[in-house]
Design a protein around this ligand. Structure first.
Ligand SMILES: [Cu+2]
Length: 231
C-alpha cells in the first residue's frame, strides 16, 4: 500500500509538473525585441478581446518610426474596437462618455481603428507608423465599454502603462499542451488506481480458501505471499 501511495504521489507530482510546464515555458518566452536598425523595421502587436471589458496585448511597447501591424482577434462574442489615440501622453477622463470619445476622434483621427463584431475567431489587421516617443491611449468605442475600464496605453519608445500583456505570442498554445499532458497523466493515474482495486476483487484471502494464513509480508511490502500448496 505504501508503495502504491508513493507511485500515486509521484504520478500526481508529474501531473502538477506538466500543468506548470506550460506556464513556465510561456513565461520563459523572451519579449520580442524591437529591431532598431534602419527605418524599415517592422513590428506586430497582437490584441485579443473577449466577453470582458479588457484588452490583452502581445506587447505594450513599440519603437518610434517602425512599421507596426496591429492584429485584433475576438475570442468571444462581444463587439469591440481597438482605437488608438494619436496624441502622446494624453489620457481621457474616466468619466468621458463614448460620445465624447467619438467627437475627439473626429477631430484627431486615430492611429489605429479596428473593429470586431462579436464573431469568435474573427481577426483584422491594420499597419501604421509608430509615432514619436510617448504613451498613447487606446480605447474601445462600443458604448459604455470605455467607462467599464476598456482602455490602456501603448508606449512608443517606452513601455505603456495600464496594459495587460500576454507572456509571449504562443502562450495559449503552451497552456493547451500543458492541459492535455495533465489530462493524459490523470487518465493513467485513474486507470492505475481503479485497475488495482479491480485486481483486489479477484484475490481470495488464503484463510477463506481454508489454507493457513501464510507468513505476513514485510510491512512495506506489496506482493502477496502466494498460498502454500498442501497435499
Ligand atoms: Cu469593448
Amino acid at each position: 500500500m505504501h508503495r502504491r501511495a508513493r507511485m500515486l504521489g509521484a504520478l500526481l507530482a508529474a501531473t502538477l509538473f506538466f500543468s506548470l510546464l506550460g506556464a513556465a515555458v510561456a513565461a520563459a518566452q523572451p519579449p520580442r525585441a524591437a529591431v532598431s536598425h534602419g527605418a524599415a523595421a517592422t513590428q506586430t502587436v497582437q490584441v485579443s478581446v473577449s466577453d470582458v471589458f479588457a484588452f490583452t496585448l502581445s506587447t505594450n511597447e513599440i519603437t518610434p518610426g517602425d512599421s507596426v501591424t496591429v492584429t485584433i482577434t475576438d475570442l468571444g462574442t462581444t463587439a469591440h474596437t481597438f482605437t488608438l489615440s494619436p496624441i502622446a501622453n494624453f489620457a481621457f477622463n474616466s468619466s468621458d462618455s463614448t460620445t465624447h470619445l467619438l467627437q475627439f476622434f473626429a477631430v484627431h483621427p486615430p492611429l489605429v481603428n479596428l473593429s470586431v463584431n462579436g464573431t469568435p475567431g474573427e481577426t483584422y489587421s491594420q499597419t501604421f507608423t509608430a509615432p514619436a516617443y510617448g504613451e498613447y491611449e487606446y480605447v474601445c468605442l462600443e458604448p459604455g465599454h470605455f467607462n467599464a475600464g476598456m482602455f490602456g496605453f501603448l508606449g512608443s519608445g517606452e513601455p505603456g502603462t495600464g496594459s495587460t500583456v500576454a507572456t509571449g505570442p504562443g502562450w495559449q498554445v503552451f497552456a493547451i499542451v500543458g492541459g492535455v499532458a495533465s489530462l493524459v497523466i490523470l487518465t493513467i493515474v485513474l486507470a492505475f488506481v481503479f485497475g488495482q482495486r479491480e485486481g483486489t476483487k479477484h484475490e481470495m484471502p488464503p484463510e477463506r480458501l481454508g489454507y493457513p494464513e501464510g507468513p505476513r509480508p514485510p510491512a512495506d511490502g506489496e506482493a502477496p505471499t502466494p498460498p502454500q500448496q498442501h497435499g
